[in-house]
Write a protein that binds this ligand. Structure first.
Ligand code: C5P
Length: 305
């Protein structure tokens, strides 16, 4: 008898806008963020099995990733089994292309691809709304990896509304060998805010998004968007990894309209005027010894192939 398997993909993301409110009692900060899914994908193949296991492969080094029950993809698959009453398991094979601990939601994309893949493999048909609820229990960025496109995230980043983004934007990602831990970056921001509470603007309890940024996305005006990119985690990320400041500056003096730290970093997202300019910028960065790649955005969320 042949063994059934299903393959799904889910995109990595960048945050073109991220305002961070105060730390709540649940250990999370309220945020107002605009996510954009980019054309760099994680691929997960799930195969019928009696128990749960995960293996990683792909173009990036995955040797240090834990493959025990604490792994987010196993937790994602188990959550679908629990929600549907399904009694079996699955072997989960993940091909990773999104940088690990890079601020691009790679682990969240793995979880989102796993949710749709096991739901299809097992025929549990939980539906988009239920999968999205499960996604939010796995991590703040997981619902967005399911959803894809361009979206506003409120709450922890998991309360999503779609945002109109008409035409394709071209980004150059500059990837770092070393990763940064998301909790470490949020802690650094809290420390910085405590130490500089007099100088910095009052932290909004309910952060909101910039209307001009939404307009720039709607009209596909890259030059206007460049004026309104914002990431409140950027200062904290640069304190933990000062060399990133040079990367942004290098990008901005070699053709990027603007550069920003993606999420909690350390990946840098450089916005290009068009596809040609992105290709040229990436080549310049690579010639300068940096690891860079071109992506376009927005792209669809998690889907079965
Ligand atoms: O939900 P996720 O596992 O992605 O979050 C990782 C950590 O990042 C949280 O435990 C928290 O420390 C921090 N975080 C936060 N506020 C958010 C999202 C994440 O403080 N909105």
């Amino acid at each position: 008898m042949s063994v059934k398997s299903v393959t799904a993909v889910a995109p990595g993301k960048i945050n073109v806008y991220l305002r961070v409110g105060p730390l709540g009692e649940d250990g999370y900060h309220t945020v107002a963020t605009i996510y954009q899914a980019v054309s760099l994908f994680e691929e997960v193949t799930v195969t019928e099995s009696d128990d749960f296991s995960v293996r990683f492969s792909g173009p990036i080094d995955t040797s240090h990733l834990k493959v025990d029950e604490s792994n987010l993809v196993i937790r994602a698959a188990r959550a679908v089994a629990a929600a549907s009453g399904f009694a079996g398991g699955a072997r989960l094979d993940v091909v990773k292309s999104v940088p690990i601990a890079g601020g691009m939601g790679g682990g969240s994309a793995d979880a989102a691809a796993t949710l749709v893949a096991v739901d299809a493999l097992w025929g549990t048909n939980l539906g988009a709304a239920r999968l999205s609820e499960i996604a939010a229990t796995l991590g703040a960025d997981v619902p967005f990896a399911l959803h894809g496109g361009t979206a506003l995230g409120l709450g922890r980043g998991d309360v999503l509304s779609p945002v109109m983004a008409k035409s394709a934007l071209h980004w150059v990602l500059v990837v770092n060998e070393e990763g940064l831990s998301t909790p470490d970056v949020f802690h650094q921001l809290d420390r910085h805010r405590e130490e500089h509470s007099i100088e910095i603007e009052t932290v909004a309890v309910d952060p909101a998004v910039d209307a001009e940024l939404l307009l720039a996305l709607r009209t596909g005006d890259a030059a206007a968007l460049a004026e309104h990119l914002r990431n409140d985690l950027q200062a904290a990320t640069l304190q933990l990894m000062p060399s990133l400041g040079e990367t942004i500056e290098f990008g901005e003096t070699h053709g990027a309209l603007a550069g920003i730290v993606s999420g909690s970093g350390p990946t840098i997202a450089l916005l290009a005027a068009d596809e040609n300019s992105a290709t040229h910028l990436a080549a310049t960065l690579v010639a300068n010894g940096r690891k860079a790649m071109c992506v376009s955005a927005p792209v669809q969320g998690a889907r079965v192939m």
